[in-house]
Design a protein around this ligand. Structure first.
Ligand SMILES: Nc1ncnc2c1ncn2[C@@H]1O[C@H](COP(=O)(O)OP(=O)(O)OP(=O)(O)O)[C@@H](O)[C@H]1O
Ligand SMILES: [Mg+2]
Length: 221
């Protein structure tokens, strides 16, 4: 299987005068269609790692390849395009826009891409249907439960047909049943659309390959 993400000797250091090294010489390959769970203590570097994989942050040294392209060699413009099209992001706090309804929130990444065609709306409705939210599509997002809001964020992350979804504690604010729902949706999306997942989690419920981080190093693969 080809890799959708490849990290080669990635180091991350914060601070200028007092430097603290967060990631130490990480090498990691994320295969197409795979599901991966990232675990590790608070402060071990999970979010830092995920942000680097999502091109939201840059390593201090080392290489990041997304879908075979080295992001160092890309212009700001093509990087922004890659981020919008190849990568779907899901956070613990979903960052839905409160002034829009459910359907419009799902459509945001597709509008950013400059796509206003009706296919976008059809896909959004299909995703909402799959996630059990079709009847809520014209609700304001504030009128939904936490689990429902997280499912809207999942639909939004899928609208541009990404190859990779990066999720940082996506069930961190959900109860057990809603968390189970989210994991089942991830598995279904992985199976149906072939999307690769990297999920940072503190949950007992782990899916796929386990990547354990300790003090900015990968323990076992
Ligand atoms: N912008 C930043 N500037 C300086 N230090 C930072 C910055 N972001 C993170 N750190 C430090 O890097 C370390 C790793 O943080 P990170 O957020 O990656 O941990 P984490 O594994 O995601 O933890 P948690 O499970 O609590 O979310 C921490 O010590 C944190 O203080
Ligand atoms: Mg974190």
């Amino acid at each position: 299987m080809p890799n959708v993400i490849e990290l080669i000797n990635v180091n991350k250091t914060y601070g200028t005068r007092v430097k603290s090294q967060i990631l130490h010489d990480l090498n990691l390959e994320i295969e197409e269609h795979s599901i991966n769970s990232v675990v590790g203590a608070s402060g071990s570097g999970k979010t830092t790692l995920l942000n680097i994989m999502g091109t939201l942050d840059k390593p201090t040294s080392g290489e990041v390849l997304i879908d075979g392209s080295n992001i160092k060699k890309m212009s700001q413009r093509s990087l922004a395009k890659l981020r919008n099209q190849a990568i779907g992001l899901i956070f613990q706090f979903h960052f839905l826009l409160e002034e829009f309804d459910v359907l419009d929130n799902v459509l945001i990444p597709s509008k950013i891409q400059g796509n206003n065609r009706p296919e976008g709306k059809e896909k959004a409705n299909r995703l909402l249907d799959m996630l059990g939210l079709y009847k809520y599509r014209h609700y304001n997002v504030l009128d939904l439960s936490g689990g429902q809001q997280q499912r809207v964020a999942i639909a939004r992350s899928l609208i541009n047909n990404p190859k990779i979804i990066l999720a940082d504690e996506p069930t961190g604010n959900l109860d057990f049943n809603s968390s189970e729902d989210v994991y089942n949706i991830f598995k279904q999306v992985n199976k149906e659309y072939g999307v690769a997942f990297v999920i940072v989690t503190h949950d007992k419920h782990l899916v796929g390959r386990i990547i354990e981080i300790q003090d900015g190093k990968i323990l076992k693969l």
